[in-house]
Design a protein around this ligand. Sequence first.
Ligand code: SF4
Length: 890
Amino acid sequence: MREPVRTTCPYCGVGCGVLVTPSDGGFTVRGDPEHPANLGRLCSKGAALGETLSLDDRLLYPEIEGARVSWDTSLDTVARRFRSVIDEHGPDAVAFYVSGQLLTEDYYVANKLMKGFIGSANIDTNSRLCMSSAVAGQKRAFGADTVPACYEDLEIADLVTLVGSNAAWAHPVVFQRIAAAKHARPGMKVVVIDPRRTATCDIADLHLAMAPGADAWLFLGLLNHLRRAGAIDWAYLERHTQDFGAALTEVAELTIPGVAAQCGLSEADVASYYRLFTVTPKAVTLFSQGINQSSSGVDKVNAILNVHLATGRVGQPGASPFSITGQPNAMGGREVGGLANQLAAHMDFTPEAIDRVSRFWEAPSIAKKPGLKAVELFDAVRDGRIKALWVMATNPAVSLPDADRAVAAMRACPFVVLSDNNRDTDTARLAHVRLPAAAWGEKNGTVTNSERRISRQRPFLPLPAEARPDWWIVAEVAKRMGFENAFNYREPSEIFAEHAALSGFENDSRRDFDISGLLSLTTGSAVGAKEEHPSFAVAYDTLKPIQWPVTEAGRGTARMFGSGRYYHESGKARLVAAPPRPPAHAPDAGRPFVFNTGRIRDQWHTMTRSGKSARLLAHIDEPFVELHPDDLRRIGLQPGGLARVRGASGAVLARVTSSPEQRPGSVFTPIHWSGCHSAQARVGALIPAVTDPISGQPEFKQAPVAVEPYAAGWHGFVLSRQPLDCTEAEYWTRVRGRAGWRHELAGLEADCPWPDRLRQRFGQEDGWIVMHDRAHKRYRLALLQSDRVEIVAFFDREPTALPPRQWLESLFVKAALDDAERAALLLGRPSRAAPDSGRIVCACLGVGEHDIRRAIADGASSVDALGTKLKAGTNCGSCIPELKRMLANT
Ligand code: SF4
């Protein structure tokens, strides 16, 4: 057996280490017990990585207008078109839109090309959509974009507040670490602040289900409460902060009743939280997209940072604010300057920094001012100011707010390039040139997680066909644009060495981001010039996870600001006085609901990778609209039916789910479904393009919407070996099953047209088994070839009349059906009744909801007992919150 390859999970910002070992023609993926981020744990997504490595859907060759071309042709074309736009219209007429999926080395080269050599700062990243408010807030407070804390702080804190974070689903291993710490120390308190009761609330001592968007009130009120309670650390404020007077004056009138009224909370709950925070010195406040994705996100971040600064709880063991990033390398992108308003290596567009970076890069044409942030950038594409756009490793046609406007922008753009792994995405369909990039398992470089920990992503697969690393693609275009000397990289280690050298260049401890100590691991040479680092490649290959800053060889930094020294000129932190602001658009009679978006447990972004694992689709496989049962009743919706959600700019059509854990008046829909997976479930289409005025981060959590029933005349599903084009149906979703594809369909027609449509597509006679009850508009049909099932389709007037899909899907795994299976096929269930397992809850071990309920009814009264009986929850643990909820509710 070969040694496992030590690499890093490509999904979320937790940045778990994984060990990949070849097995049975595939790969086994397990958590790396030596990686400090996860200590061997993985969530369901990480555990299923081995199932996402197929080359189906991969972009394997360069293409222009859909036709395969050579690398030389495609690179020459990109370089020539960019060069001609720049020559004719200037450097600001071109743009890059990049991604937190890129490795740091890829990011570095793209940023260097755009800002250093093209001479524009029109490079922005999809991380703008997830954490740019945290960046801006931290810069205002600390003088630098620095996360002060580390994951260990979450375990040693006596109070962990999770605000705007469903960590149980979005950052599961961090959640597991908190849950394990609480289990070991039951005195530790956990508070969750979220309009929804999410899976994260399962470990909460207190859940504050606050009104959407009211977070700032809560933290500004807390600041005043701390003052009144005598809990302000005045000595710390005097010594280490400035501007605290204005911040305290601004909140002086806030009372618990006033805050409770603004937040839609009880006074007792607000008082209870304030008391906990006041008396618990070791307090960590973990915040995420629920805070950042707001038109006042930066002010909300500063409201949180203010209470930590006021109590001296920053960068202390178990006491700190903690912004957790969404993407695997959002932090790495910030390090290199992937945001349009940063220059490089945590330097801004100051005259001094521009001069410094220009000398370091030997780039006389360096950009002199910030570029356009994501939403502005696509507006500029739309109105023709940007005439050439290069999108790298992301899917803005789905993920941007007002996503149809982004689609229109790319459609109107004279030249769109996409470098990506996937051949068919919503954005790929709009690109003139498609360049095949390396995927996880093939990439070689580094990523930085939410606790500033740099880890290696190492390859364990060869590059397939003509796929190439992103850094290579960008460097080749740069060379063809005339910048040979600056982009002559042979290996990612050379790029990383240059990145590390820039971080230390004329730094003198004035900038937080400094990893120059990594260079002296092998060279022992002074940092600050672009020496060759011949032996660095070896150290790079074996680099162990380490937290920046690293100014001495091999010594990382777990926490920042513990000494009270910050990065403003004064060396002090700033408390920011900012009054609370409501969301940009309030619900009204026409759009009375607040639309909230987020992730689900087992999917990642637009499902281009996680959607390849049938196991990950077993938990939730359809886009849904979740409302409180009272709201469902009021507007006449049935769980299991369909509903249309209309926003100002677009609509979503999805399955209705009912949850008492949803706040009345709110609607939740996950972000993952794209135009490749569904007819109308791109949530970005109905989010207005409203952004925070400082960070440019869009408000994804508080769009006013209307919800109405979709009066389908029929519902159905089709299971097939090959994916079907379903676009003739008004409602469709398409996901992978165990050995084929599953399509859910519905339409307004009184009689379902799909039985005839399927037979027209796949032949009228041979191999079909058909059972039609036209009087009741009930249709069942299956296509068999040599006793192997090719297609099974069921249609009915009501969705509840359709059978569960699991048994039918299992037939696709078989080479041939036996007589009993064949006879039962159109019943939709086995002739000898086997218990239906129900919806899969434990994705790792395939344990269904009905099995769990039966086990609970038989006496299993704890998660451990369910694990013993069914094995549920015994692998990655991501389903444990759901198991606990089922135990509590049964
Ligand atoms: Fe990957 Fe899950 Fe770890 Fe996130 S928590 S890095 S998705 S294994």
